[in-house]
Ligand binder design. Structure first.
Ligand code: CP
Ligand code: NVA
Length: 300
């Protein structure tokens, strides 16, 4: 039987997404050291890009569940010397129980999944960051209940995080307001798939009006460091600051996947202020991914 993969949020049904969120909350609230459903199992983690949260949360999550995680980078495996992805996927998946990949090209993750006999998890590509959305949605549910029918505002780059927010809007049925500078819109295929759930606004303040959750991300993602200066100019009116938060509902939350650049995409006042839940959001990477691993590996 083909394994279940998690290359995109759209690999889940709406019901499965909600089930993982609720399971993550339960795992967080009732930590039981004797519960080791992945005893003896191994997760291979292939990182072609840097990471703090993703690496630590997967490694700690596997340890909590009685399993272990291997950190692999192209520098010290044959992947970096051009061994074909298909061969690598076949070999690695013959020795471990699950594979997590963080890489540039989304096709690397989908190719791996096609040739792997164990579940493959997308730990971030240039196109999507679905694990982050599990944690973000868990955080929203914990603070405010179900997000169905609410309004979320994305301000900034139409990047991997933005694409996964579009998928979350489709699955969990919320409205997504987008304010992105010209030339930095999300890919059209994502927008088209979401239909009326996604609306574009010309300014950050218009997009934030009546919002329940305001979200942003860095102006230059990993691999775009050389565009930093040009992006600072393009994105200067796309910062989440107190004025923008004032346009949202009084009880609106602020989220950011981190790492953040205070003074660029968000002011210190907002990210370190009372509406910000960024550290709960970061911690929830651990709980949400434990729920994901259990879902994929224990058929739950
Ligand atoms: N948010 C996130 O994925 O963080 P890392 O890059 O530290 O893993
Ligand atoms: N958009 C960012 C997210 C980092 C977690 C990046 O791809 O670098």
């Amino acid at each position: 039987m083909n394994p279940r993969h998690f290359t995109s949020l759209l690999d889940l049904s709406s019901e499965e997404f909600r089930r993982i969120i609720n399971r993550a909350i339960a795992l967080k609230n009732n930590r039981d050291a004797d519960f080791q459903p992945l005893k003896g199992q191994v997760l291979a983690m292939i990182f072609e890009k840097s990471s703090t949260r993703t690496r630590i949360s997967f490694e700690a999550g596997m340890a909590h569940f009685g399993g272990s995680a291997l950190f692999l980078s192209p520098r010290d495996t044959q992947l970096g010397r051009g061994e074909p992805l298909q061969d690598s996927a076949k070999v690695i998946s013959s020795m471990v129980d699950c594979i997590m990949l963080r890489t540039d090209k989304h096709e690397t993750v989908t190719t791996f999944a096609q040739h792997s006999r164990v579940p493959v998890i997308n730990g971030l590509t240039d196109q999507q960051h679905p694990c982050q959305l599990l944690a973000d949605m868990q955080t929203y549910f914990e603070h405010r209940g179900d997000i169905k029918g609410k309004t979320v505002t994305w301000i900034g780059d139409g990047n991997n995080m933005c694409h996964s927010y579009i998928h979350a809007a489709m699955l969990l049925d919320f409205n997504l307001n987008l304010a992105c500078p010209a030339g930095y819109y999300p890919q059209q295929e994502f927008v088209d798939a979401a239909g009326e759930r996604v609306k574009f606004f010309n300014t950050a303040s218009a997009a934030a009006k009546g919002s329940d959750l305001c979200v942003t991300d860095v102006w230059a993602s990993m691999g775009q460091e050389e565009e930093q200066k040009q992006r600072e100019i393009a994105f200067k009116d796309y910062q989440i600051n107190a004025g923008i938060m004032n346009n949202a509902h009084n009880d609106a939350l602020f989220m950011h996947c981190l790492p953040a650049h205070r003074g660029e995409e968000v002011t210190a006042e907002v990210i370190d202020g009372p509406q910000s839940v960024v550290f709960a959001e970061a911690e929830n990477r651990l709980h949400a991914q434990k729920a994901l691993l259990e879902f994929l590996l224990c058929n739950k």
